[in-house]
Design a protein around this ligand. Sequence first.
Ligand code: PAZ
Length: 391
Amino acid sequence: MAEAQQFSAEEFFAQQPPPPQLEQHLEAVQRFVEHNVNQGRRVVLVTSGGTTVPLEHNVVRFLDNFSAGTRGASSAEHFLRSGRYAVIFLHRQHSLQPFSRHYSHSTNPFLDLLDVVSADGSLAGKGKEPERDGGAGDYLFPPIPSMQSPPASPPSTSRPLPSLDVPMPPTAEDGSTIQIRPPHLDPMLSLLRSYKLVKSLGVLHSIPFTTVSEYLWYLRGISRVMGQTKDCEGQALGRRGMYYLAAAVSDFFIPYTKMSEHKIQSGKGSLVIEMDQVPKVLKTMVDEWSNDGFIVSFKLETDPAILIPKARGALERYGHQIVVGNLLDTRKHEVVFVQRAGEEWLRIPADDGGARGAGGEVKEIEEDIIAHLVGLHDRYVDEGRREGPFK
Ligand code: PAZ
């Protein structure tokens, strides 16, 4: 059996093929960073969701982890709401996204918030039996629409939706319209306005990854672009860049050259998988890629006794600014900020943590995490001007 290897960051990138779209994505990141630094904004890279470790080149099976990207998506939104940051959102494909996360299929399925209003004003499905096909008792379903090609020019409607001052949705040929159920209208409208504002300002740029290798390629590429980009006065983003590394990144992987090409076959008894260690790139990020950016890493543990020692160890080993520690079971209502100068717990009442509806009434811990970090980042930028030490 081959020895498990430990790769340096350099060896890892020399061996693992880059994602096919890497260059195009990095060019777009460069334009995004330039645009935003010239508007006087800071830029934060938010990483979010879990990475996969494929077992085969033609991937049938892979290892994954629990993260749905809740922390990352919520944090990205709070950075945007601060009005001072443009956000590069490096996320696991199909994980939660800022804004749309409020209507995730599992917590708040948006189709359940809508009604179909027929041309006569009645709500479809209320008080009427659905049509049957007269055969085996199956219901008649309308055809499945193509989401790619909406009707070129939607037919006009004579009945406006209540108080919805966004463009009217297209109506079906029989005059039916879609109505948002009244209690959901205000929160959805306010969220839609925020989302449209973010789009029109060009302050959110999203890039998906799936595997741990893709994640590391993008992390390196984006950090280098952020580190090197200058504003129109020739000032590098430097300390004004923040790196908020909330993704749950695998510690182990199977190198490209050791991976089976085709689906691993059964019939030979048990399956023994040997994995190598993913290189710790944070030190290289601090020393070579980020050009003095403000780096926040996350540390997840399940054993409370080792959380702070591990966070402190990471801080000392990699030399970045802050580790946010959290425990799997309590991560939605408590985190600890670990800095060289000491540690500080942030807590919100347990009942208020976790997913919330689109109304925004319920507190999310990310709101306070971001407020705290923005304050520290302000200090870091200021101390850079005066060349003071950041503790
Ligand atoms: O995605 P989520 O909200 O369920 O979880 C967030 C988290 C626990 C993945 C994040 O807070 C974190 O700790 N990320 C770093 C994990 C680690 O590699 O230690």
